[in-house]
Design a protein around this ligand. Structure first.
Ligand SMILES: Nc1nc2c(c(=O)[nH]1)N[C@H]1C(S)=C(S)[C@@H](COP(=O)(O)OP(=O)(O)OC[C@H]3O[C@@H](n4cnc5c(=O)[nH]c(N)nc54)[C@H](O)[C@@H]3O)O[C@H]1N2
Ligand SMILES: Nc1nc2c(c(=O)[nH]1)N[C@H]1C(S)=C(S)[C@@H](COP(=O)(O)OP(=O)(O)OC[C@H]3O[C@@H](n4cnc5c(=O)[nH]c(N)nc54)[C@H](O)[C@@H]3O)O[C@H]1N2
Ligand code: SF4
Ligand SMILES: [Mo]
Length: 662
């Protein structure tokens, strides 16, 4: 008998959809949207639906595997866990606990996934990763400007007169916001898209503006200059609620409109148009993450924040510099979970430079690594270096559901459950403030186990099993403790399927900022605001730009969440190289031509698709593709970190392109 259950998407995504999952004879047979969910309202995307295919796939890892003489052999959990625990103790005793690295990302949005930190903290503290490939530069930037990175309630977009979508590929990555944009447009709001690629979101726009990749901060400076020229700034906000405006004025005076137009490759007319739009409040800005994956990414977001601030669009209904929504994750009782104060040693590498860290650290060297909820071989920049680093380890433990590029390198490969095979609660600190309940609906195939089960078993072997002696219900209860005063209970969450977290719907409405001064900070003691440029550009690196004249973007794929779904495509995926029309003309390329795209770091081959409209000299290859299907695109990207130290520079990448002879 088929039965339908409320559940949640677990994927790393803006939307955190509510699901209705049909289970028949102990198997998930269908994943659909939950019509009850207040934000996602019954609609989900193909990536969410594909979680059914992922769960039932015959390619799932079923048993613990151990590599012996370069070949994987099936082993038992008992043996694998005993051996891994013994190795951990050995490395800790001989080199210190930070000779072990925990490499992870956020492939699963479950609260209980954070218990990995508890495990490693209680073990004594390992080498951890800081920063983020995803949104690190922008989050840090907003912390400097506002004190934190908060977004408006999803429904607040209906209060905007103008909606600026700045570098966010909404139609592809954030579908429930896209639905709201369609409605807002019907209601009469004006939509403006600023993006080097005329993407599906741009089709909805009243105005589409193309910009040279990485030059959005310069564009924002131009708009601010124009606002000041026409005295359109919000004097009340500037005088009463901000510090450092004088520094901003000086900075803007240091660049001319001519220079701005030349660098951003945007016309004066369009700069003036945007200045008018910003001053005709309320104008909301929805920033994407793509445009801060450049060396100047922090400054880019800070300059856009400054534009939102001087135009009086901070803290008002229908306004905001909407980027991430960290207030969502902050509602959980994470300290009780992770026990950060219990670690005795600590060391960190940035996410971007984890490979360099592994290869270069000596005190102590990195002997062993655990990879969980991440696939560094395809997702971390500079794949050849990442491969070299992970191959150099004495012991690599990978916990995954599939034989990914990273999994192939493991010494111990441990099969884990999917979202429908374990109980957890799910949230995303990117967009809306609802947390969803996800029950265990089916048994895992073979001997796959949850990450939490693995931590618990290893903890037992390492002498701190009692710290993991809780049921998943007890863990969830602990995580939502701080929400009890708001009437939150696990019972309620189970009954409803989702609950709304108590967040601020119009952040900074009271003008109490979380910065050291308590005001909006145009000048931050933490770092200077500058009109900086990407690293890989003719302005900074002429020789490089002569050899590699085209900018490579590697944006998020439509049908996969990063690398997660490619192996399930039918037909199997191929690398598609999208190019702007001028490149096609310059290089004599047409649709379907086979090409190589290369730079000093590596080479990728694929077939051409000419983009209908894109900024000149722009190429895109969607990220996430596995090596067996022609990836990884990160063979081409650099592991440099952003200006403020916490973000990646994945799109700050020059390449060349040629047709390959057949
Ligand atoms: N389908 C799908 N959806 C996803 C994901 C996925 O893998 N697949 N991943 C999820 C995750 S983890 C994230 S972080 C989000 C990301 O969500 P988005 O920010 O929407 O997506 P990205 O692919 O990171 O950014 C791409 C957009 O930035 C533009 N862009 C690139 N460089 C610049 C620039 O210099 N200036 C401007 N103005 N625009 C630029 C690109 O042309 C593109 O439209 O998506 C989430 N949703
Ligand atoms: N070139 C380029 N590179 C990029 C990006 C880009 O735009 N361009 N985007 C960056 C961004 S925004 C992000 S967020 C990162 C994402 O980077 P990752 O998080 O590393 O990417 P995913 O493909 O989502 O994969 C993670 C792995 O986790 C596994 N997994 C899923 N659920 C679980 C679980 O519950 N437990 C365990 N143990 N494993 C699980 C999946 O099977 C998959 O192999 O990639 C970054 N890399
Ligand atoms: S991937 Fe995102 S949009 Fe798609 S179902 Fe999951 S949460 Fe919803
Ligand atoms: Mo991301």
């Amino acid at each position: 008998m088929a039965k339908v259950y409320q559940s949640s998407c677990s994927l790393n995504c803006w939307d955190n959809c509510g699901f209705e999952v049909t289970v028949e004879d102990g198997k998930v047979v269908k994943v659909d949207g939950s019509v009850h969910h207040p934000v996602t309202k019954g609609k989900i995307c193909g990536r969410g639906r594909m979680l059914e295919t992922r769960t039932n796939s015959s390619q799932r890892l079923l048993y613990p595997l151990k590599k012996i003489n370069g070949v994987f052999e099936q082993t038992t959990w008992e043996l694998a866990l005993d051996e891994i625990a013994a190795k951990m103790s050995h490395y800790k005793e001989n080199y210190g606990s930070t000779s072990i690295l925990h490499s992870h990302d956020y492939a699963n949005g479950g609260l209980l996934k954070n218990l990995d930190q508890r495990f490693f903290n209680l073990f004594g503290g390992v080498t951890e990763l800081t920063g983020s490939l995803c949104w690190g530069a922008g989050i840090e930037a907003q912390k400097w400007d506002f004190g934190d990175a908060y977004s408006h309630d999803p429904e607040d977009v209906f209060n905007s007169k103008h909606i600026i979508i700045w570098g966010r590929n909404v139609a592809r990555t954030n579908m429930h916001f896209y639905q709201r944009l369609q409605q807002a447009k019907k209601n009469g709001a004006e939509i403006i898209v600023i993006d080097p690629i005329y993407n599906a979101t741009a089709k909805l726009a009243d105005q589409y503006l193309s910009v040279k990749p990485g030059m959005d901060g310069i564009l924002a400076a131009g708009i601010m200059k124009e606002i000041l020229r026409v005295n359109g700034e919000d004097r009340d906000f500037i005088e009463n609620h901000s510090v450092g405006f004088k520094d901003l004025e000086n900075l803007l005076a240091s660049i001319t409109f001519e220079e701005i137009i030349e660098k951003a490759e945007v016309s004066l007319e369009n700069i003036q148009l945007l200045a008018k739009i910003y001053c005709d409040r309320p104008t909301s800005t929805y920033l994407g993450l793509g445009m801060q994956r450049y060396e100047n990414g922090g400054n880019t977001i800070r300059l856009i924040d400054a534009l939102v601030a001087i135009s009086g669009n901070v803290g008002i209904a229908g306004g905001g510099a909407n980027y991430g929504n960290l207030q969502v994750g902050q509602k959980f009782h994470s300290n009780a979970f992770t026990l950060g104060d219990r670690k005795q040693q600590s060391r960190s590498f940035t996410m971007m430079k984890q490979a360099e860290g592994i290869l270069e650290a000596t005190d102590p060297p990195v002997k062993m690594a655990f990879v969980t909820c991440g696939n560094p071989l395809t997702q971390v920049p500079d794949t050849s270096l990442v491969k070299k680093a992970f191959e150099a380890l004495d012991t690599l433990v990978v916990m995954d559901q599939f034989m990914t590029d990273t999994a192939q390198l493991a010494d111990y490969l441990l099969p884990v459950t999917t979202v429908f095979e374990e109980e957890d609660i799910y949230y995303s600190s990117m967009y809306h403030q609802y947390v969803n309940y996800g029950p265990k609906l089916v048994d895992a195939p073979g001997e796959a186990k949850s990450d939490l089960w693995i931590w618990t078993e290893l903890a037992k072997r390492l002498g701190f099993g009692h710290e993991f002696d809780f049921t998943s219900e007890q863990w969830i209860d602990l995580g939502i403790q701080s929400l009890k005063v708001h009437g939150f209970t696990l019972e309620k969450l189970k009954q409803e399927g989702f609950l709304e977290l108590p967040v601020e719907k119009i952040p900074w409405e009271n003008h109490q900022f979380k910065t050291p001064s308590g005001k909006y900070e145009f000048t931050s003691a933490r770092g200077e605001l500058g009109l900086t440029l990407p690293n890989e550009t003719k302005w900074k690196n002429q020789e490089l730009a002569e050899n590699y004249p085209f900018t490579l973007l590697t944006i998020h794929p439509l049908r996969s969440n990063h690398s997660q779904h490619y192996q399930l495509f039918n037909p199997l995926p191929k690398v598609k190289v999208e190019i702007s029309i001028d490149i096609a003309e310059l290089k004599g390329l047409k649709d379907g031509d086979e090409v190589k795209v290369w730079n000093d770091r590596g080479k990728v081959t694929g077939s051409i698709q000419i983009m209908k409209q894109a900024h000149p000299h722009t190429i895109n290859i969607d990220e996430g593709i596995w090596s067996q299907f022609g990836g990884s695109v990160n063979q081409l990207t650099s592991n440099r970190v952003s200006d403020n130290g916490l973000g990646s520079t994945l799109y700050d990448c020059l390449v060349n392109i040629e047709k390959t002879s057949l």
